[in-house]
Design a protein around this ligand. Structure first.
Ligand code: ZN
Length: 295
């Protein structure tokens, strides 16, 4: 279990930097909350504690005390910059070596891949959060709130999402985190076959992605089962409703499990649609039809 302490900078009576209608304390909380949710929902064996989950006032000492008492493996402090610059930079304590430098390298690299900010570089500073923490620590400064261009980016939900994802991707590499996987039974809504679904929507995989709001970070394999890497929490009722009974060898039970008409007349119709001629309800034909519907 990797224990990651996330510290959204500022909060409560301390708004941090302000500018262009934005307050640093709100942005740091948004970014930190998304980082926590991504880590916990999508990855195995990672535990996250946040210094604050709401708009609380906390001293710097309270923050590092909490991380030290918990025995975190890593401390991440999230901030927004101000003072007339532009872009992204991050800090570790001066003079520390690996693994802190490795974490900084990986997280910096992953953030710069996803986030369209000027790269201000990997830096060191004698900050409280870096000095008083007992574990490797990184402080990130995600754009300048008093720069109109940076602030416009920070107002975009997808930009915030990319900042969070960059941090997460860097920590995944730093700590070798593995994705949760879950099995989602295939396939169809209202008894449509995957084939007809493909025709209707262009791509079954794309349709499944759309239902579940899954981006390209998720691997989807269409077959008798769908393997969705990312965990059950990312699945909506849409796919749950589409689950068929995979345990059964009975075409009737299978059709019932997807709320589809299982009468002889309808099975005859489905058989015809799937190229099974002269359907008479034999066991062999039923098995053939079941396999085609599950394909
Ligand atoms: Zn700050």
């Amino acid at each position: 279990m990797v224990k990651i302490f996330i510290d959204p900078g500022h909060g409560g009576t301390d708004p941090g930097a302000v500018g262009n209608g934005l307050q640093e304390k709100n942005l740091t909380l948004q970014i930190s909350t998304r980082i926590r949710d991504m880590l916990v929902n999508e990855f195995n064996d990672v535990s996250v504690l946040m210094s604050r989950t709401g708009d609380q006032t906390l001293s710097l000492t309270q923050r590092t005390n909490a991380a030290n008492a918990w025995g975190a493996d890593f401390l991440l402090s999230v901030h927004i910059n101000a003072g007339g610059g532009t872009g992204y930079e991050d800090f570790i304590y001066p003079g520390v070596g690996a693994p802190t430098t490795t974490y900084q390298n990986l997280i910096h690299e992953e953030i710069m891949k996803l986030v369209n900010f000027r790269d201000r570089g990997k830096k060191t500073a004698n900050f409280h959060m870096l000095r008083e923490s007992n574990m490797p620590a990184l402080l990130t400064e995600n754009g300048f709130i008093d720069n109109a261009e940076d602030a416009a980016k920070l107002k975009s939900a997808s930009f915030i999402e990319n900042i969070a994802r960059g941090h997460v991707n860097g920590m995944v590499r730093s700590f070798g985190l593995t994705r949760k996987t879950s099995t989602v039974y295939h396939t169809v809504v209202s008894g449509d076959t995957v084939y007809s679904l493909s025709q209707r929507y262009g791509s079954t995989v794309q349709q499944i992605r759309d239902w579940n709001n899954l981006d390209s970070n998720y691997t989807i394999v269409v077959g008798q089962v769908l393997l969705v890497a990312g965990g059950p929490s990312s699945l909506t009722n849409a796919t749950k409703a589409a689950q068929g009974n995979l345990q059964t060898d009975s075409i009737v039970d299978y059709l019932n499990s997807i709320n589809k008409d299982s009468t002889y007349a309808n099975r005859e119709k489905l058989a015809k649609q799937h190229g099974i001629n002269n359907y008479s309800g034999t066991a062999a034909q039923n098995t053939q039809l079941l396999n085609k519907l599950r394909k």
